[in-house]
Design a protein around this ligand. Structure first.
Ligand code: FEC
Length: 289
């Protein structure tokens, strides 16, 4: 079961999608309008590029695994995790491996995928859930390859979360810093830092620094060229194509700061091999290599 956040398939789906993310909490109309506008400006009218990427990754993973069927289940859109679990059980699966297309564990992210999958599978099959893969050597290598040799200051980023997660000892931030450190070491980077991105307006403090403040600080410290490596995401979606490629890039331009980001792993064969390795390990299927 390859799980992802999910994206509205059409512009008309955005209100229902946002309502799902909010889990029943009311949505101020201006936030709804703002979200619809962001999707519109990305050119999403009738088809979502994010969902297409997830499906491409699913198909490539299935090919890489040989005889193991792979289903996609979305946390906030269709096909839902529950529908995908039903489809997997219907094929007679006795064991389901849960893998999320997000490498770092948090009680506010991965735990939600796990809960949806556990409820959906019930006692119909055995469940093996991969909680995090933030230090997976192949993943670290793949990112290191994309930043190696740069003369720019590398900024690693990930989705922010409400700061209260730290009070309960949530490993999210530590895992993000560990991935960043591992990639920086593997690529022998001279200068790097970490910042969060994509904070939501929920009325409570979120983890920082936010990338926009961070870019201003870097510029004030004399940095003139930045390469962003979003370690907390693996695909081109709203948070990459709007928050980084539009918002952050626009600020950098206004500051006079050179700004680029790495290509996301998406369905890159090397990345699919990393995912296949994680699944094989759980299934104890020997690698073909
Ligand atoms: O491209 C797309 O259509 C979907 C992009 C997308 C990804 C994503 C990943 C993560 N989120 C995480 C946490 C939160 C929390 C809230 C929240 C809100 C939103 C909204 C949109 C959205 N997220 Fe997201 N997230 C994506 C999209 N996210 C749209 C609602 C509008 C907005 O705030 O901008 C706040 C919920 C609330 O209000 O109660 C918390 C985390 C990840 C990375 C892990 C993962 O991928 O699961 C953590 C991709």
């Amino acid at each position: 079961m390859l799980m992802a956040y999910g994206s509205p398939e059409r512009l008309a789906d955005v209100p229902a999608y946002y309502a799902d993310i909010r889990g029943g909490r009311p949505i101020p109309p201006e936030l709804m309008e703002d979200l619809v506008e962001r999707y519109r400006r990305l050119g999403i009218e009738e088809r979502s590029p994010l969902n297409a990427i997830t499906d491409e990754t699913r198909a490539a993973l299935e090919r890489a695994l040989g005889d193991v069927p792979v289903f996609t289940g979305m946390k906030h859109w269709t096909p839902r995790i529950a529908e995908a679990a039903d489809a997997a059980v219907a094929t007679g699966a006795e064991m389901i491996v849960g893998l999320v297309l997000a490498p770092h564990y948090s009680s506010m992210s991965i735990a939600g995928y796990r809960q949806q999958l556990e409820v959906a599978v019930g006692d119909r099959a055995e469940l093996a859930f991969i909680e995090s893969w933030h230090d997976e050597p192949g993943f670290v290598d793949l990112l290191a390859e994309r930043v190696r040799g740069t003369s720019a200051h590398v900024v690693f980023t990930a989705h922010s979360l409400p700061a209260r997660i730290l009070e309960s000892g949530d490993p999210y931030k530590d895992q993000l810093l560990e991935t960043s450190q591992l990639v920086a070491e593997r690529a022998a980077l001279e200068t790097w830092s970490f910042s969060f991105q994509s904070e939501s307006q929920t009325g409570e403090p979120w983890l920082g620094p936010d990338i926009l403040d961070h870019l201003r600080e870097l510029y004030a410290d004399g940095v003139r060229d930045v390469l962003v490596c979003p370690v907390g995401f693996v695909a081109d979606h709203l948070e990459i194509r709007w928050d980084l490629d539009h918002e952050a890039a626009e600020l950098a331009e206004a500051l006079g700061l050179g700004f680029r980001r790495i290509e996301m792993p998406n369905a890159d064969p090397a990345f699919v091999q990393v995912l296949a390795g994680l699944v094989r390990r759980v299934l104890a299927v020997p690698s073909e290599a």
